[in-house]
Write a protein that binds this ligand. Sequence first.
Ligand code: NAD
Length: 492
Amino acid sequence: MSANMILHNYLNGEWRASRAAQTLDVINPATAEVLGKVPLSPAQEVDETARTAHAAYQEWRRVPPGDRIQYLFKLKVLLEKNLDDLAATITMECGKTFGEAKAEMQRAIENVEIACGIPMMMQGDLLEDIASGIDELMIRQPVGVCAAIVPFNFPGMIAFWFFPYAIACGNTYIIKPSEKVPMTLQKVFHLVEQTGLPKGVMNLVNGAKETVDAMLDHPLIRAISFVGSTPVARYIYSRATANGKRAQCQGGARNPIIVLPDADMKMTTNIAADSAFGCAGQRCLAGSMTITIGESRKVFTEAIAEVAAARVVGYGLDTGVEMGPVISPESKKRVEGLIAQGVSEGAKVLIDGRNAKIPNYEAGNFIRPTILQDVDPRSPLARTEFFGPVMTLMHMETIDDAIAFINSGQYGNMACVFTSSGAAARKFRYEAEVGNIGINLGVAAPMAYFPFSGWKESFFGDLHAQGKHGVEFFTQTKVVVERWPKEWSRKF
Ligand code: NAD
């Protein structure tokens, strides 16, 4: 890595310098060091990439599924061998701790493993004698060229929610990394190259809005997977589907954690703190608000304040650090502005992480864990995604109040309940209108073989990322109805 290094795009099995007129600096959020430059690739380069991927598709779809997955087995080995290097790159460009970065890549690898099951998962259906002597079968065929547009907060993992399934199903692929954190996928593509995957099957195009718009409008790109903020998810879904593409677009979130009085308070506090402050709160599954019910209020409030204040904040590559910075100075300003807004609206700052100065990293975008108490559930702030290390605390009298609050919100990514009552847990699971539920868990991240099930404004589309949903999204069904009259049989 060096400040003047301009990242390349990868197409047709080659690394190519972009002809972009503009580049952006990639900046380490803990040190403010410039790590390199990312080109904002113009529409013409998206066109070249799409044509390359389309040409490769004609051959790739004919490669037997059992042969296609051999490249994924190789990729898994290479990813494991290079895990530390990939994790360090994630920490340097995104800020999360080395441990969090390693866990992220492990989740990425799980998706590669599951996609290796494509010869089973891609199978179709057949029913004989739908009418006398007539059979009907359903075949799954790939869609064509597919593409992903991914966010900054998981520089490695999120692209893996999509491409292993896509290419295993016989599609070819284009990834546009977040322009804030493009280095990790650059390294992943160097590993992809080492697998010997045929040219044009996997392609990388760096850029931002202009690049994305060119992808959304390109007739050869048949499916778009997006993960990012809700306004952009809505925009991408509208434009992609208006252009006749399939789209699955995951958006933002504001995830509540409900603490019932019968919860194991020590376990709950530790898990709720990890959920709110892990990855500096920059997770779409961050439990960014906790709602205490009944008598849980006092004991939870005291315990969480202690746990939050004790969290070690610093550079994620340093030993013992438990929380890194937020992604940019703008993000720090925005999050600190939201904290100030809460205070002006009457909330109390139980723990104030603003104006954090970390010795040796004074230029970093650090905010220490912050807890805002008594946030008004009716205020817009109670519904605003912070995407920083801030927990807002609210109190309600009953679980019904909490469920009604959750169900009246615009997001539906995750909700968690802490309780030792099976009946309360079941009620919560049954009634909460969100796509991912945690019971005595603070980050209910679906494993690779389950769909990442956001609801409401946390997701636009119908088929989610990962697992069987991924296989459905990356295949189109073809139904064949066939008659072979027995009078036509020769006598053998
Ligand atoms: P973002 O929406 O700003 O950017 C995401 C991607 O979209 C980037 O690649 C970016 O280049 C592109 N983009 C941004 N603005 C665009 C525009 N106007 N037109 C076209 N493309 C555009 O999101 P971010 O800040 O990178 O990521 C944080 C957000 O992602 C949070 O809201 C978080 O909740 C969400 N997120 C959601 C999930 C999920 O599974 N639901 C997972 C991770 C992150």
